[in-house]
Design a protein around this ligand. Structure first.
Ligand code: ATP
Ligand code: MG
Length: 128
């Protein structure tokens, strides 16, 4: 998971980490870092052809983020449920994006969309 620059700037790191633990995830890796342009482009390479790509990279490099490695039964599926839809206005009440998301771009947190990508993204930020 990533606590995105808007959430870090607005002071939601503590609330989001608490929610992660309340949802029975174990936090087995945690980093505070400022993504470089190259890192952000590589991380979201799958969206390279999308019209929002340049803006997404600007947003993700606009300030520091917190990256976490989370473990749990059904971790990917459960975290996607806890964060809610990409567009915070469509995220169910109580989800992290409904609580802290500002727009479809500045949507508070990231979650891996599959176990396979979770492994790739974890390796992107953490050593074995
Ligand atoms: P993430 O991958 O960050 O967890 P997601 O899987 O819900 O989010 P994706 O479709 O993978 O959504 O989009 C990646 C990110 O790109 C979104 O979280 C958001 O920050 C940005 N984004 C997605 N769609 C749009 C859009 N239509 N306009 C602007 N930004 C967008
Ligand atoms: Mg995604």
């Amino acid at each position: 998971m990533i606590i995105k620059p808007d959430s870090v700037r607005d002071g939601h790191i503590g609330h989001i980490l608490t929610r992660i633990e309340e949802e029975s995830f174990r936090i087995t890796g945690l980093r505070y870092l400022h993504l470089s342009q190259q890192q952000a482009e590589e991380f979201y390479a799958i969206h390279k052809e999308r019209p929002f790509f340049d803006s997404l990279v600007r947003y993700m490099t606009s300030g520091p983020v917190v990256v976490g490695r989370l473990e749990r039964e059904n971790a990917v599926e459960h975290w996607r449920k806890v964060i809610g839809s990409t567009d915070p206005t469509k995220a169910p009440p109580g989800t992290i994006r409904a609580l802290y998301g500002i727009s479809i771009e500045s949507n508070a947190v990231h979650g891996s969309d599959s176990v396979e990508n979770g492994v790739i993204e974890t390796r992107f930020f953490f050593e074995e």
